[in-house]
Design a binder for this molecule. Sequence first.
Ligand code: RUG
Length: 820
Amino acid sequence: MTTRGQTQQFDKALFKASVEKHLVTTYAKTPETADSRSWYLAVGKALAEISTGSLLETEKQIAEQNVRSVNYLSLEFLIGRLTGNNLISMGLYEEVSAAVEELGLNLTDLLEEERDPALGNGGLGRLAACFMDSLAAQEYPAVGYGLHYEYGLFSQSFEGGHQVEVPDAWRGIEGYPWEVVRPELGQTVGLFGSVETYTDKAGTSCRRWVPAMTVEGVAWDLPIVGYDNKSVYPLRLWECRSPAPFNLARFNDGDYVGAQYGQLEAGNVTKVLYPNDNHDQGKTLRLMQQYFHCACSVADILRRHFAAGNKIEDLAKLESIQLNDTHPTIAIPELMRILIDEHKLGWDAAWAISSKVFAYTNHTLLPEALERWSESLIADMLPRHMEIIFEINHRFMTLVEEKWPGNNEIKRKLSIIEEGQQRMVRMANLCVVSTYAVNGVAALHSELVKRDLFPEFNELFPGRLHNVTNGVTPRRWLKFCNPGLTELVNEKIGTEWPAKLEQLSGLAKFAEDKKFQKRYLAVKKDNKQRFADWVQDNMGIELDTNAIFDVQIKRLHEYKRQHLNLLHILSLYHRLLNEPTFDMHPRVFIFAAKAAPGYALAKDIIFAINKVADKVNNDPRLGGKLKVVFVPDYRVSLAEIIIPAADVSEQISTAGLEASGTGNMKLALNGALTIGTMDGANVEIREEVGDENIFIFGLLVDEVLKQKEEGHDPYRYYHADSLLRASLDLLNTDEFTPGNPGQLSAIRQNLLDGGDPYLVLADFADYVKAHEKIDAEYRDQATWARKTILNTALVGKFSSDRSIRDYVNNIWKLKAVSVK
Ligand code: RUG
């Protein structure tokens, strides 16, 4: 089989033969008995055969060149379906489409057979996937390290409007065709036990960990295919297995189930992804997942380092380890433990290496998301690591004492160990103290990290805090998901933009061109139709593509304020029924969101939106002006059809609380106009597209802080604003839950009596005004066309290729390696 690239040719006959071979030998189907899923699996396997060869070759060439690389450690990689995207990167989309057609198949249908590998919760995991794509596209040597969860993020369905969660067995029974197991890379990981002192041969007293149990890490590689080049990087996912499947003594005693107990327990470690986004749950099994992930990954990094003939002293020269949030922080004491206990380095020598290897990305300021682990839990599960954390803190406290002599207040604030009834380890503090670079994920967020979260650290370690604004891969989020727009863009500015997104600015000069405007709007209309067909087929709701498609797709969280959107919908409902002179352009409000299973208010909001949808979608009095659609089971593949169909992008978090957002970038890239607060990357989107091409509303960060300090009084807004009052009061009636008044009142109560912690009521009036502006401007299609074209044209900055270059230049200092 040949591979992609300029000089080599794709051999259609060989490829077809490979597909048929896999159909028979791997999936036990004949062309006559095979269903669409089997064909998809066989096509996936035939393609994976090509990419696995390239992956091994890339590994070999990078090892031979012995260059510096980055290791991206993340508990989540929300990669989405691989087949379509990899075909684009391999440059084989058309060829494979033609090949499968000769087999009597349709490629688009086959791609629909792939289940999304949902190995992440939301933005943080999706960012990691975009970053891997951009590393491979630009050939910056990298390995992604994650976990091979048996169950990804739950599938969501609705029963009577309520969210129901179902486990997500993303690999199916047949396994995922793109992954390959690498038994030779297996690792053994210790847990629990004690620390002992011993005297080594030189007579030195040493410490070492004696774990009480071990588990095995099995490596699975997924190929990250470089766009338009020959590099394929591994996304290495660790699966936990029990080393001894049977306790033979118990087995022989007839205790068959008990004999397999160890296996059941070890299997649990990577059984399921924790379904929390921006929220720390503090469960023991989660700490076990984190340590298992870190231990396997650090050991694999060292294996590669030594296999290339390097010395331990050169580790920081050749490897950087990026911690995606604090979730992999335990890698820091793990590396220190290995350097000191196994490689016999003194503390200072070990620290000199370790503190130059790690860098940390902060993704949130929300206190409930900043991880803290109980000291006793760490001491129990990882006793040697706890000793090392104490030592790091002890030395750090000496530094603090030097800088602020006698200031116990500052010591208490900065200490890695939080004092209290139960002492806790603050993982973010451990990260800032132990890494050479810390970054926020958007300009505003990074400023707030410096100003509000870590001001003293910034004084202590000048230059350590950076900003790297997030980005999204243009390959998946334009070229693959929006073929209509891709064709139009190609025609105007050529075909290099997927690797050089800044070139999109070349479209700006067509923003006023009537012919181009018409074609751009026609593409949008086609995309709206594609999504409307999906909704009709899957939800039985008919949508009018002349309506404004207004989209809010993201995790359900109070700070993201889906309930502000809901209140606006209720206000429109109220006005349509009660204000005879009120008119509006037809609008479809589209939601998609999963709520963490234990997050009651988030689930109440989903229920309320579903109930309002039931009513408004069938109320003839509204004359079809208002529709609400809550698309179930939000996932990457759904985003791929919603985003190209969006006219309006809702980015309405309370200012200061959304670190960046990346959906905002994808939607703007695909020509949706943002209605948003001055939060996260919205601020930079506004800078790029211009104030006239975005709808900004709401309190600014400092106004939010001031209002909170002074005491936010929700009733003040309630009494002063009759539209707000009418909208909120609808939640107390049985208008949307006939015969059951009060079923939606938890939301109203939270906003009025619960203090409205996210200032929904404070921003309501301004939000309504911004929507009125949208309504007016949409009616003037030429104006709207200009604005939407300019959004696509002016957001080139938000390519994840640029984010990766920022990391490479300012933090990782890598050189690209072109694979031959
Ligand atoms: O909430 C943030 C988003 O604003 C951001 O765009 C994304 C990627 O940087 O990360 C999200 N996030 C933060 N997810 N989990 C956390 C905290 O653990």
